[in-house]
Design a protein around this ligand. Structure first.
Ligand code: LLP
Length: 455
């Protein structure tokens, strides 16, 4: 079930996209109390069974919680595959998945099998992708401070491209070439001086940025000359990425408009416009979707006379809405006249986004997915910090009890990947579901894992 098919869907936001809060930060509260969960926030194959319980990929979520324990990340494989297919349909070989959003061996295999390239930004991400059997020529490398070790590994693995972020990297690549290594062709990451409407921590296109070569400062032009003079380094294109969780198509248009004169002047054959497409997390938000975003980017490029071959690097738009996280409710603490706290068995260790960015999430009970959610609560984790919250202003059905399985949707990106084992909380497993089958693709961390690295 998707979008408007589902009961309780009440999204009325402007499809052209609006930022999730007036100040460009992320929204932190869901829709009006009392409404049922907006179904368009659930993965594509979500359905309600005869008992009113939620299934994904034909698997009952309560059964999954019983089998694998909680917290548990449940990914809809069909959803992941369909998002990859949209990106590939729009950009072919120019469609690259930003693995930082969510990566494990099975995810690397899935993305590769769907024909997307993989963007790896650390030696670790490169290792996981290679472990999954992704050939070097299906990967590109990012990062604002790539080490010699990372660049050497990228060259030895025969990566398709390296997106160079700074002058030092050009020199490092030239040094590798001087050793006789074949260095992958490069794109230069340009900072266009565009302020994307999103949280300041995930804006990357403004002049004041640690990323890339500034267009306005003249660094971008100097970098082109520098790269052209570096022996053994082949410059084939430019790149820009203005930020993440960007809802407004206008921000992307602006980036294309600002980049166009430089791109056309350089006459290089490739241009990657990065990732950043915003995804709906709470009621009232609606994403442009990969197809519309891609079409908008292409149109803007044509309008500005760009003939370079275009690429994109979505991460969140591929993975975020594919997953839900399941928790068990351990405590319900009512403070009269103040609020009700619902404590679950995870927290900032499996989803640090609410703490880091003030990100909003919805919450619901898989046992009664279409139920009205009349009670306002704060869903918190089990960590010893008052800031450890998952849903600052959540709504739950009035009959919530200790022991209930409670879920948060849209947790597929930057949750598992940014998770930690703070306070030695064991990192949750990940399961992929499809066609009534479940496969565990990441097991739960064990107590032995916690001491495996101790001397
Ligand atoms: N390309 C580059 C060069 C990037 O730095 C990123 C994300 C992407 C592509 C993918 O962006 P996406 O399509 O996922 O928006 N932890 C933050 C997001 C950080 C994004 C970092 N770079 C969050 O949870 O919101």
């Amino acid at each position: 079930m998707s979008g408007s098919d589902g009961p309780g869907t009440s999204d009325t936001s402007d499809a052209s996209g609006t930022p999730s809060a007036a100040d460009g930060s992320e929204a932190s509260s869901p829709g009006p109390s009392g409404s049922a969960l907006p179904f368009h926030l659930l993965p594509e194959t979500a359905a309600v069974d005869g008992d009113g319980q939620l299934t994904i990929g034909g698997c009952n979520l309560l059964d999954l919680a019983a089998e694998f324990g909680t917290p548990l990340f449940v990914y809809d494989e069909t959803h992941l595959r369909n998002r990859c297919r949209e990106a590939v349909a729009a950009f072919g070989d120019g469609a690259t998945y930003a693995t930082k959003a969510f990566l494990c061996t099975a995810m690397a295999e899935l993305v590769h099998s769907e024909g997307m390239r993989l963007d790896v930004a650390t030696l670790g991400e490169l290792h996981v992708a290679r472990h999954a059997g992704v050939p070097g020529h299906r990967m590109i490398m990012h990062g604002n401070n790539k080490s010699m070790v990372e660049l050497r590994a990228a060259a030895e693995a025969g990566l398709h491209r390296i997106v160079v972020d700074c002058f030092e990297e050009i020199d490092r690549l030239a040094a590798l070439a001087a050793e006789g290594l074949k260095v992958p062709s490069i794109l230069l990451r340009v900072t266009p001086g565009v302020e994307a409407h999103t949280h300041e921590f995930i804006r990357t296109g403004q002049d004041d940025s640690k990323f890339g070569f500034g267009l306005r400062s003249g660094d971008a032009r100097r970098a082109v000359e520098w790269a052209n003079e570096a022996a053994g380094v082949e410059l084939v294109g430019l790149h820009c990425h203005i930020g993440s969780q960007v809802f407004r198509a206008e921000s992307f248009f602006e980036a294309v408009e600002v980049m166009a004169p430089f791109v056309n002047e350089c006459g290089l054959p490739e241009l990657s416009l990065g990732g950043g497409l915003g995804v709906a997390y709470v009621e009232g938000e609606e994403s442009l979707g990969i197809a519309a975003w891609s079409a908008a980017i292409r149109k803007a490029a044509v309008t500005h006379g760009i003939t370079a071959e275009l690429g994109i690097e979505p991460g969140r738009a591929i993975a975020a809405a594919a997953a839900v996280t399941l928790y068990e409710v351990g405590v319900i603490k009512k403070i009269p006249g103040i609020r009700t706290y619902v404590a679950v068995d995870g927290g900032m260790s499996d989803n640090p986004r609410p703490v880091l960015y003030g990100s909003g999430y919805e919450t619901f009970l898989p046992r009664a997915v279409a139920a009205e959610r009349s009670e306002r609560v704060r869903v918190v984790g089990k960590h010893c910090e008052s800031g450890d919250l998952l849903v600052a202003e959540g709504s739950v059905p009035a009959d919530l009890v200790v022991g209930d399985i409670l879920a948060t949707p849209v947790t597929g990106a930057y949750g598992h990947s940014m998770g930690s084992n703070y306070q030695k909380v064991l990192r949750p497993p990940v399961v992929f579901v499809a066609d009534g089958q479940v496969r565990q693709v990441v097991r739960r961390e064990t107590l032995d894992d916690l001491v495996a690295r101790d001397g």
